[in-house]
Design a protein around this ligand. Sequence first.
Ligand SMILES: Cc1cc2nc3c(=O)[nH]c(=O)nc-3n(C[C@H](O)[C@H](O)[C@H](O)COP(=O)(O)OP(=O)(O)OC[C@H]3O[C@@H](n4cnc5c(N)ncnc54)[C@H](O)[C@@H]3O)c2cc1C
Ligand code: FES
Length: 358
Amino acid sequence: MILKALIFSNSFALIIAFLLIFMDRVINNYGPCTLTINDDKEVQARGGTTLLRNLFESKYFIPSACGGKGTCGYCKLIVSEGGGSILPTEELMLSSAEKKQGYRLTCQLKVKNDLKLHIPEEYLNIQEYEGKIVISDPVTSDIRRVGIALSTEDEIIYKPGQYVQIKIPGSGESDYRAYSMASCPVEKKQIEINVKLIPDGVGSGYIHSLSVGDELDFSGPYGDFYLREDSHRDIICVAGGVGLAPIKSILLHWQRHNLNRTLWLFYGARGTEDLYDHEIFAELNEREAELKYFPALSEPDESWTGEIGFIHSVMDKALPGDINGEAYLCGPPIMIDAVTSVLVSKGVGEERIWYDKF
Ligand SMILES: Cc1cc2nc3c(=O)[nH]c(=O)nc-3n(C[C@H](O)[C@H](O)[C@H](O)COP(=O)(O)OP(=O)(O)OC[C@H]3O[C@@H](n4cnc5c(N)ncnc54)[C@H](O)[C@@H]3O)c2cc1C
Ligand code: FES
């Protein structure tokens, strides 16, 4: 009797599941649709699929650092026709001004009919690359330095501070992750990224699993976090942990081009073992009169002779109150917020502070 009931309920659940899959296929099959981009180009799209995925498939690369989870807010574009109402999953990432302008989160918006949208000029220069791993070295217990050589005749042109999006195979919709370039942009055939392994992390786990000789795909460059060169102000760089990556690119560019501006480098980590590339900066600090380097550890061992404490406190002590500077910050959100408060208290306006939080 119990067996019969079990078989009956299982069969019932199976039929419901098949029905749901069938209805999803039929109801959500909106067929081919047309995307009109910048009132100029028309591309075919798959109805029922997100706008972001359709754009990627047509080789329009839109920043999507969270891989389409709806949590970074980077993938917003103006959709002027055919987008329907804003979805609950978009609400948090769109300001009321953006909603009025017609911005939509392309990773959440499914194409159901023809759409008209606007893609900013700078996104149209983003390209797709094939790369080969040429360096994969651990630099701390959880961060790897990864060198990627461009496999084709391609070159990548980027600004110091920008990032690439690495394709993570086999992860479905959420198949891109953002990684900042840690290399000097003068080197156009090879980039360096620094990747921190996140427990159970799909992207960081994939990159840590690759070895020299393995191939991977990426697109770039992305981001408006980059060194502004039309200025003579002091450059204030603040890095926390693996947030050092884009800051290192800024520093290398500054050194290479002999920019006639003082560069303040504040670099915070937990223990000595978490501080990588410290020797390079310490050595550079000896040679470059215009570099002011302040490494700091929050949990040092006895061997540490440098600054102790959180990086915002170290910066508060070191920076003069009347500094004519602009700031580039990269690290965890809590660090960015604390550092921003200190900078503002020293007269560095928020319009002169750029950051990437991760
Ligand atoms: C502009 C930009 C630049 C970036 N540059 C770099 C870089 O240079 N180097 C680098 O290592 N990362 C960088 N990141 C972060 C990177 O894109 C990924 O978010 C990160 O590697 C985690 O992805 P994952 O696929 O491994 O983890 P997921 O599979 O996405 O997440 C796995 C789990 O870990 C949690 N999680 C995600 N991130 C963290 C975290 N930081 N700490 C603790 N838990 C977390 C998630 O909530 C989830 O529960 C950057 C991000 C942005 C937005
Ligand atoms: S919100 Fe991150 S990709 Fe859309």
